[in-house]
Design a protein around this ligand. Structure first.
Ligand code: UN1
Length: 509
């Protein structure tokens, strides 16, 4: 039962007001914002025009020219204040994420927590973005690196992480001295409006920072293309499908702009004979059906050792049959709705192709929720295969877990790596040999490789991203900040002579 005192539209508009979004922003026309919970219309927004996109980018560039001269620790103070606003507004923003993206409440909150964490990380980093000092081969010379900001960073984000992905990029870009222009998914524009309002609130708390350090564009691919093609945008971070990346990457390459790409994943996990099966079960289930299978890190392929296959798959089937599917606002729900009908249709087509290929499919059917007949709710699906099919090798953004049996470790690793994507991966084992082997050069070929943890739910402190068709980009922690800056190598001669490197002689007298 969906418990609503007011309609979702009223609740959403109240939340937007609470988060500081003016009514005029969500009472426009042209773009309809709906909730996947009921399919209900939440608000209407006016999309950006080509002229307004160009002027936003130009304004962001102007702001950059000023912002780059502000000391990095002061820039960090702005990001710290953004983190403070997010802490204060965690509940309403998390709830808005739930309403607009359909995530369960704890995941909606968790996403805002990711934003807070990256702000904390970036604020500390603002005092550490230093370069190396290196030995010069010449006497009385010093060689060092200086890191400078790059300019306007374009951020293109997807519906499934409607707020955190902006934060991973924006927090680092801002402390680096860059400015940000953000094009969120048109499916989740309301959460973006709320984030923009919180950002502006944080900026208003400092009287020495320029305006327009981060601005928002509203619209679809046509708006994103203007950002991708703008000569005033030296870096674009794009999160979405591999198909989107194939359009964006060459356009950026043609003008030598930097691309930070976080594209499709088709993440696998291996459950070994020695695995703690109860722990593995929890890890697999959260990774495979959490966020209704709509994370780029969702677990999609599972390789189970033949000696534990029957036991483990029986446990999985029990959980899959009983996991609570429904309104993501209810505390007991584990699986909320798919984002829309195209997502549901794509899932059904994928399951049908698997059936035709001889797979055993359990689940996957539509679940009708009494008060939300227009929502696309599904029972997560298990698809048992005897070989890795073309279907299993392609990413369907839905809760489908392909399950395969393996006999030898090498066979499991080979199947695991035999896909075009390379984002996240996991092994469940108690064997040091298998764990280390999975993390070694002969093991997982992904950007993320975990032991006794599922494929999703990475912490912000590490570099996040993957290889192959996942695009090669990295976001969030570690030394990812370098992508938002340019490195200058400086050599300083503090002597009276001019020795040349490599012993070259070029005497003019
Ligand atoms: C995504 O789905 O685009 O590791 C990002 C995770 C999250 C981020 C997912 N921290 O699952």
């Amino acid at each position: 039962m969906i418990q609503t005192r007011t309609s979702l539209q009223e609740e959403t508009q109240d939340l937007l007001r609470e988060l500081g979004v003016p009514d005029s922003s969500f009472r426009g026309e042209g773009l309809s914002c709906r909730t996947p919970i009921t399919g209900e219309l939440l608000a209407q927004i006016t999309p950006s025009t080509p002229a307004s996109v160009r002027s936003s980018i130009a304004t962001a560039h102007e702001a950059f020219l000023e912002w780059r001269t502000v000391p990095a620790p002061r820039r960090g103070e702005l990001v710290r204040l953004l983190g403070e606003e997010l802490r204060l507004h965690l509940e309403p923003l998390g709830r808005l994420v739930t309403i607009e993206a359909g995530k369960i409440l704890s995941e909606g909150r968790g996403e805002v927590q990711e934003m807070i964490d990256i702000c904390t990380f970036a604020a500390g980093l603002s005092r550490q973005i230093g370069g190396l000092t290196l030995p010069s081969e010449r006497g009385n010379h010093r060689m060092m690196e200086t890191w400078h900001p790059l300019g306007v960073v374009g951020v293109i984000s997807a519906f499934n992480f409607p707020v955190a992905v902006w934060a991973w990029n924006a927090a680092l870009a801002l402390i680096a001295g860059d400015t940000v222009v953000w094009k969120p998914s048109e499916k989740t524009t309301l959460t973006a409006l709320a984030v923009q309002a919180l950002f502006e609130r944080a900026s208003a708390r400092l009287d020495d920072v320029p305006a327009n350090l981060s601005t928002l564009l509203v619209g679809g691919a046509e708006v994103a293309t203007l950002l991708v093609d703008s000569p005033l945008v030296p870096v674009v971070s794009a999160t979405g499908s591999t198909a989107m990346g194939r359009v964006v990457a060459p356009r950026l390459a043609s003008r030598f702009a930097r691309a930070i790409l976080e594209l499709g994943g088709n993440n696998g996990a291996i459950v070994c004979a020695s695995a703690d099966l109860n722990l593995a079960l929890r890890g697999v289930v959260f990774a495979a059906m959490g966020t209704a299978g709509q994370r780029c890190t969702t677990l999609r392929r599972l390789f189970v050792h033949e000696s534990v296959y029957d036991t483990f798959v029986a446990k999985l089937k029990r959980v899959y049959a009983s996991a609570a599917v429904g309104d993501p606002r209810l505390p007991e729900t584990l699986v909320g709705p798919l984002i829309d009908q195209p997502a549901f249709d794509a899932m059904q087509r994928a399951l049908e192709r698997s059936r035709q290929a001889g797979a055993i499919v359990t689940g996957g059917d539509r679940v009708i929720i009494a008060d939300a007949p227009s929502g696309f709710y599904v029972r997560p699906a298990l698809v048992e295969l005897d070989r890795q099919t073309a279907e299993a090798k392609s990413e369907t953004f839905a809760p489908i877990l392909y399950v395969l049996r393996y006999t030898h470790w090498d066979q499991a690793v080979a199947m695991h790596n035999d896909v075009s994507q390379g984002l996240s991966s996991a092994v469940f084992t108690s064997s040091l040999r298998e764990a280390e082997s999975f993390l070694s050069v002969q093991g997982s070929d992904c950007g993320i490789a975990n032991v006794n943890i599922g494929t999703s739910g990475a912490e912000i402190g590490g570099a996040f991203g993957g290889e192959k068709d996942t695009g090669g980009g990295r976001e969030a922690g570690s030394d990812v900040w370098k992508q938002y800056m340019r490195r200058a190598t400086n050599t300083i001669n503090y002597g009276n002579d001019l020795p040349l490197a490599q012993g070259v002689r070029f005497d003019i007298d």
